[in-house]
Design a binder for this molecule. Structure first.
Ligand code: FES
Length: 337
């Protein structure tokens, strides 16, 4: 029989979860009155109580390391939802764990760019070293390993995150060294961002509470300076070549008839309306540099379609870029390995 965490009702209603129900670990700390008070504090932040569900699920994870049956029940009770409704949310997002996690969650990006640069090799090596596969935890409880979809750090590929902190431009050996250090109880500093804590600590942060004991600890946990050169590389090249983005166009001051309905001018592209030819002609004529002129000409409504552009690239009447629909990126639905 399959079910949401502890909820047969949820599985039958949503059909979203086919993972086996595992009994709660004997050493699982119980949710307490303090948990319930903090859940209510989260609820009070929102005009509609059910909007608090996502941080409440992180709160449950901060106490128990996963979305436990007890946690599902607590969220349902406090929000006046059914356990099936809570379970439907908990099983949609990959950051909500359905099985007890280790002290750290190591996520290896195996999406396209990271994969071709070695992400899959890193995943395979860690899996072999640790003796676990995707979404499994080592016997000593130190590491939960998972593969991840694009972590939005392609310019630093291949990337690994630990408890959602970035370790950029990894290879098999550096990733192995990182994981060995974690298993020894060390916390190597991420390549950028805040210092590493652990999964429960970062879950508390995601619930909107401080994970730090005092002000000094908070001060020490601010983002450290990082190496952002890969992100800035395009800018540097443009500077070297004397290239500039075309100037922004459009109204800069409130017209005299402010408040009156007027025609909206939108940029050309997949999602906008095509501007009038007169405005496009003016932009081409006003361009100062060849690069600006080329950019303005390319955006002109009379410009030919670029070679190789397919029908799928054309305006399809939606503002949703391809690939950003729910379920196609890192925060999409749970997938089993
Ligand atoms: S493909 Fe790995 S971060 Fe984008």
């Amino acid at each position: 029989m399959s079910a949401l965490p502890g909820s047969i009702e949820g599985a039958l209603t949503t059909g979203l979860d086919d993972s086996p129900v595992l009994p709660a670990p004997a050493d699982l700390p119980p949710l307490t009155e303090q948990t319930r008070l903090e859940a209510r504090e989260i609820i009070a932040r929102y005009p509609v109580p059910r909007s608090a569900l996502l941080p409440m699920l992180h709160l449950v994870q901060s106490y128990q390391g996963y979305v436990s049956p007890e946690g599902v029940a607590l969220c349902a009770e406090e929000l006046g939802l059914t356990k099936a409704e809570v379970g439907a949310v908990a099983t949609f997002y990959t950051m909500y764990k359905r099985r007890p996690t280790g002290r750290h969650i190591v996520s290896v990006c195996t999406n396209t760019l990271c994969s071709v640069l070695g992400g899959q090799r890193i995943m395979d090596a860690l899996s072999a070293d640790l003796g676990v596969h995707h979404d499994e935890t080592t016997a000593d409880g130190s590491i939960t390993l998972e593969h991840a979809e694009c972590l939005a750090a392609c310019d630093y590929a291949p990337v690994v995150t630990v408890d959602y902190e970035f370790y950029d431009q990894q290879d098999v050996e550096s990733a192995r060294a990182l994981v060995e250090a974690l298993r020894r109880g060390e916390k190597p500093h991420p390549t950028r961002g805040a210092p590493l804590t652990d999964f429960r600590g970062v879950s508390r942060q995601l619930a909107g509470f401080s994970q730090h004991a005092d002000e000094a600890a908070v001060a020490g946990a601010v983002d450290a300076p990082g190496n952002y050169e890969p992100t800035l590389r395009g800018l540097r090249l443009a500077e070297e070549r004397g290239e500039h983005a075309p100037p922004m166009t459009g109204p800069t001051a409130e017209p005299a008839d402010a408040g009156e309905p007027r025609e909206t001018v939108r940029p050309a592209g997949r999602t906008g309306e095509t501007p009038g030819k007169e405005a496009a002609d003016a932009r081409v004529a006003a361009a100062d540099t060849p690069a600006e002129k080329a950019g303005a000409a390319e955006a002109h409504p009379d410009a030919p379609e670029p070679a190789g552009r397919s029908l799928a690239d054309q305006d399809d009447g939606t503002d949703t870029p391809a690939g950003s629909e729910p379920g196609t990126s890192g925060q999409g639905p749970q997938r089993e390995a």
